[in-house]
Design a protein around this ligand. Structure first.
Ligand code: AMP
Ligand code: MG
Length: 402
């Protein structure tokens, strides 16, 4: 199976979660599950764009420095004033930014063009008709589409929703993701390491990756290579999971606990024509048919598998499209050898200014130090055995910035 075929197969077997109305600030980064049309117009009423004097254009159109126009000031209108004022011709009213225009007024003279008079004001520059007035509905009209279904909600969208009076919007919940590391050699960071033991990096890597997509990860931590212990932990965790990720125990070794425990329970295990990340497992568990991803244990394999398979599945659960983001083209700076028959995802550094990519470290799937130095995955097609410098390759840019 190619990585693309495997991706397609996963996406065919994962469905978006049910949406419900959530409070605006809980929706940052979530996809709208509804189309929102405005119930109000924006601005909601004609209002002033400046601090100054609301006038009738006809009264002031001749105003200039040599022949200022003098008008009586009949009132003062602050923002939030609810009473409707009418402006008699031959007069003006002091007005603040955002305050409702009095009826009859059709321009605002900014303070800067006046002597700022209180009872009478002298106006030394004429506004254009309608100048400095923000008219009702000029931005958003009643019935306008303000949020299309599927929009990934950012600050601008949430601000607009609030401006049209919405305090909630239907979105799919953040998937609860359970992350389990398997391996009798694993220890928690902060603990002492005996010979032959290593720290569990994967559960941190995978939980962090899930959180970055917008999911709610629970890092269960380490389970030893015992099918009974693994199944016990899984059963406990399944109750609170929308998606499960395990790492380790899926290849051909003697203690491949995940495969041993789950293959009889209908989870698929097999090979994907890629490096790293060849051994993979995927299926559904329990009465709720919770999707489970069984990723290989080497940290780079786990990470690449997350990017290619788990991230799209999480996006599908969250209703975010496209589930698989497009790759970017780049020019390779160095020769890279690659195994035949498997698409390789090498670690690289992507230079966006010059659209070049250079390899970072070697192909070994244990090289987490190099992985952390890289900022891109560099894709070498399956049939290529040597990618010469200067070739055009596709890259997946890895983004950590919020
Ligand atoms: P496995 O897939 O279980 O055979 O593991 C493959 C390699 O990845 C072995 O060298 C493991 O020790 C290593 N490994 C497995 N799980 C983790 C983990 N959680 N963190 C770091 N390395 C791991
Ligand atoms: Mg293992």
């Amino acid at each position: 199976m190619t990585p693309d075929e495997y991706q397609d197969r996963i996406l065919a077997e994962v469905a978006p979660m049910a949406a419900f109305p959530q409070r605006l600030l809980d929706c940052v980064g979530l996809a709208s599950a509804e189309e929102v049309r405005s119930g109000v117009s924006l601005p909601g009423f004609d209002n002033s764009a400046m601090d100054g004097y609301a006038v009738r254009y006809a009264d002031v159109r001749t105003a200039c420095a040599d022949e200022p126009v003098r008008l009586p000031v009949v009132g003062e209108i602050g923002a939030g004033r609810a009473d409707l004022l009418a402006l008699p011709s031959g007069s003006c009213a002091k007005i603040m930014t955002g305050a409702p225009m009095p009826t009859g007024a059709d321009a605002v003279v900014p303070y800067e063009w006046t002597d700022r008079g209180a009872a009478w004001v002298s106006i030394s520059q004429a506004p254009a008709e309608h100048q400095h007035v923000r008219y009702a509905g000029e931005d958003v009209a009643v019935g306008d589409l303000v949020i299309a279904e599927g929009t990934v909600l950012g600050p601008r969208h949430l601000g607009l929703l609030a401006c049209v009076g919405r305090d909630r919007i239907a979105t799919r919940p953040r998937p609860r993701v359970v992350v389990i590391s398997t391996g009798s050699e694993l220890r928690e960071p902060g603990q002492q390491l005996g010979h032959g033991a290593i720290y569990d990096g994967n559960s941190y890597l995978l939980a962090a990756a899930a959180r970055r997509v917008g999911a709610l990860p629970t890092r269960v931590g380490i389970v030893a290579d015992s099918p009974a212990a693994f199944l016990g932990t899984l059963e406990d965790q399944l109750l609170r999971a929308d998606l499960v990720i395990t790492s380790g125990g899926v290849s051909m070794g003697d203690y491949d606990v995940v495969k041993e425990a789950l293959a009889p329970r209908g989870v698929w295990f097999g090979s994907v024509a890629m490096q790293p990340g060849k051994p993979q497992g995927f299926g559904h568990l329990g009465p709720d048919r919770v999707p489970i991803f069984c990723l290989p244990g080497n940290p780079v394999s786990s990470f690449v598998s997350f990017e290619l398979f788990v991230r799209p599945a999480l996006r599908r659960l969250m209703g975010i499209a496209p589930e698989v983001e497009p790759t970017l083209p780049a020019t390779l700076t160095h020769d890279v050898p690659s195994p035949k028959g498997r698409r390789q995802y090498l670690r690289g550094h992507y230079d966006g200014t010059h659209a070049t990519v250079s390899p970072v470290g070697g192909p070994g799937s244990h090289l987490i130090g190099d992985l952390a130095q890289a900022d891109a995955l560099l894709i070498v097609p399956a049939e290529t055995t040597l990618m010469p410098a200067g070739s055009r390759v596709e890259v997946i840019v890895l983004q950590d910035t919020p």
